[in-house]
Design a protein around this ligand. Sequence first.
Ligand code: G1P
Ligand code: ZN
Length: 542
Amino acid sequence: MDIKVVSTQPIEGQKPGTSGLRKKTRVFMEPHYLENFVQSVFDAIGGAGGKTFVVGGDGRYFNAEAIQTILRMAAANGAAHVIAGRGGLLSTPAASHLIRKNATDGGLILSASHNPGGIDEDFGLKFNIPNGGPAPEGVTEAIFAATKNIGQYRTLETPDIDLDALGEQKIGDMVVSIVDPVSDYAALMQELFDFGAIKDLLASGFRLRFDAMHAITGPYAKVILEEMLGAPAGSAINATPSVDFGGGHPDPNPAWAKELMAELMSDEGPDFGAASDGDGDRNMILGRNFYVSPSDSLAVLTANAHLAPGYANGIAGVARSMPTSCAADRVAQDLGIECFETPTGWKFFGNLLDAGRATICGEESFGTGSNHVREKDGLWAVLLWLNILAKKRCSVADLVQEHWKKYGRNYYSRHDYEALPKADASDLMDRVAGQLDTLPGKSFAGQVVDQADSFGYEDPIDGSKSSNQGLRIRFNNGARAVFRLSGTGTEGATLRLYIEHLETDPVRLTQDVQSALSLVIAAAHEIAGIGRLNRSGPDVIT
Ligand code: G1P
Ligand code: ZN
């Protein structure tokens, strides 16, 4: 084996964000860019020597080329074995499962999640640790530090391997196992859910539509929903992964999953609709003429998870990211289980899941998952919903409305202002931060501030601390506004304003969301001076 040691220099800005390193594809394609980062990952984890890794991605532009580079570098760094998905494909949750199932030393997942793909769009790479979850901050900081010190990387001069050939091949001394990306994951789903009950539901005329958005979940949905559960062929749409996701944003929300929304928001629509994102970890759930907000979905799943065999003994606890609505908190209270509020990003759930303190976790950003893997999981959420509906035999709308009657409804919305000049965004955050101490007692749009702070988190398992995780303003009627800057954007800065208001009056549970929140929105605008951004409105409202 002829190892090539290539001299290089640190490249600025290789700092992993909310979910790994995300950059424009062309940036990743620049000389040494990918190599520097991969070598830094290996250096930060004490070398790759003798180790086993899982490698796969969401199939976006540059996926296959980047995997060939990673394989050569892994071999040159002494790795013993890499398990890769056929065609270089693995959904993020399936990668997490393979990392765990094979007791590996971690994995490299290539994805920019819901961001568009293509040579002029986005690419990403993240390292997951042996528990299957995204590297925690200690590890990402070590990776970033390594990127600032790098002087050389190791690779081989070998031809590309055939990523489509199932079975074992060798690169230098390293074994590469190419595996079917779907089968192990599908087997795990079959253990967790009552496939018989879901099959009966689908056979009874219950119609479902799943939109894979031209991304990774297409092959998974075809096998699980159509072949194993018997949904009619064509129930999964846009099910062939493409390098640019059909030119769209593979982001399962009402703004981007327009085709699915149009079909479901009709009296003749299917009973159930769902979509997943670029790498398969997000989900959106719809009923006929009914949209389920992700925060409500988390609460409904928490309340009903015991109907699925994998959770029949109940759940230990629920965790949500801070900006996610408090709907799950009241379910936790009712069930007498623990409820955790963590910073944004799935990595903060890892310790709670490992310690058995949380079983189900969720984020307002269309992410839900459980202790079966260490990532959020789009198809898992779809199957848990189907399992619950199969047992309850009611509509999505009835299930959620009954939930609101019991627990109240947390009206909730997120307003995103995208690609802002960085200075404008940080001025706004400074403006709000500067007022935190003096806000309590003041009134805005008729609402009095009760508490205001900058969210900090101390991990209850390992005591690690994370500060500056968003600015929270609570009003004395229980309403809440949260300001945060995105950690995944690749252009300028993205401001996220999260607004929430709890309604318990049974006759006020079905108002229009934006109208129900209008006073809290007005108060948030006044406090932050959002008018000074010179935008006519948010770019995306979810
Ligand atoms: C966004 C979401 C966050 C999610 C992350 C990765 O991060 O808000 O909940 O974990 O994408 O999917 P943000 O851009 O807000 O930092
Ligand atoms: Zn994703």
